[in-house]
Design a protein around this ligand. Structure first.
Ligand SMILES: C[S@@+](CC[C@H](N)C(=O)[O-])C[C@H]1O[C@@H](n2cnc3c(N)ncnc32)[C@H](O)[C@@H]1O
Length: 269
């Protein structure tokens, strides 16, 4: 799993789509129902998965501003086959430095997915303050929440999970990352500032036939565990070999905990 490569984002997208929490999505759609034209900013858009996930849910004409600091992902987002009624613009921007610029102008909704676990507590607070100062509702999908279940089990599983969660807390460009605490922290932060927050689980669920997806995840976790230096290399190799053998044999299942949330500032429609 190489960071945010387009290949990895494409591989995970169908799992993200089926994981998105339907009640949280309904709350987003309901809030914007009755609007003729919706202006949306998608933070850390990647190749545009949030547009593809949401566009058909809004009957209104939509104007999406897609923000990311990866020019190659932005180029893919810009070239996507646009759903009906959708206008897109792309904004190359470093959200750590220039979050406020990304939110400028008339905006009805801010969205993101798979971003909050990368950001720090101070950046999350800044995001909450800046969106609320503009009275913009905020939808954040697919924040990793630290829960991992693998079947069948292996004696090194718990050490790998601990190492993955430690690695998740490293700096991903926004200061020390919230990692597995992101979802809880985001809900608490927006509630503290007076928002009504709808939230729910949005777990990745992979079964025996989801071989490529599971192999990518297990390889990424083995690399992350190695980077922490907390586990003997021999144990990591034994664990990864076991996991890959189970995947190849069609016996492996995996659940990775995620949370979706939608924060509505008081006084929004
Ligand atoms: C896990 S990917 C999620 C992409 C997309 N939202 C999705 O769900 O497919 C994280 C995204 O955050 C972007 N990103 C990371 N750090 C960033 C920063 N400082 N400024 C802007 N974008 C950033 C990456 O380029 C990548 O597109």
């Amino acid at each position: 799993m190489t960071g945010f490569s387009a290949d990895w984002l494409a591989l995970r997208e169908p799992y993200d789509v089926s994981s998105r929490n339907p009640q949280v999505l309904d709350a987003v759609v309901t809030l914007l129902a009755g609007t003729n034209q919706v202006r949306i900013v998608d933070l850390a858009c990647g190749t545009g998965s949030t547009v593809r996930a949401l566009a058909s849910r809004f009957p209104a004409a939509q104007n999406w501003r897609l923000a990311d600091n990866d020019l190659s992902l932005l180029a893919r987002a810009s070239g996507m086959i646009k759903p009906p009624r959708v206008m897109l613009t792309t904004t190359p921007i470093d959200l750590n430095h220039d979050l406020e610029a990304a939110l400028d102008g008339p905006v009805d909704l801010v969205t993101t997915s798979a971003l909050l676990d990368l950001v720090s507590a101070p950046w999350l607070e800044r995001l909450a303050v800046e969106t609320l100062a503009r009275s913009i509702p905020f939808y954040a999908a697919l924040s990793y929440d630290g829960r991992i279940e693998m079947s069948p089990s292996h004696k090194v599983d718990n050490a790998i999970i601990a190492a993955v969660n430690k690695h998740q807390r490293g700096d991903k460009g926004f200061g020390a990352a919230l990692g597995p605490d992101a979802a809880k922290a985001a809900i608490a932060q927006f509630e503290k500032l007076g928002c009504k927050v709808v939230h729910g689980q949005a777990d990745w669920v992979a079964g025996p036939s989801d071989r490529e997806f599971q192999n990518e995840i297990f390889s990424g976790w083995a690399s992350a565990a190695r980077e922490t230096g907390d586990i003997e290399l021999g144990d990591i190799v034994e664990w990864l070999t076991f996991r890959r053998d189970q995947v190849a044999a069609g016996k492996s299942s995996l659940r990775v905990g995620h949370v979706d949330m939608f924060a509505m500032p008081s006084g929004t429609r």
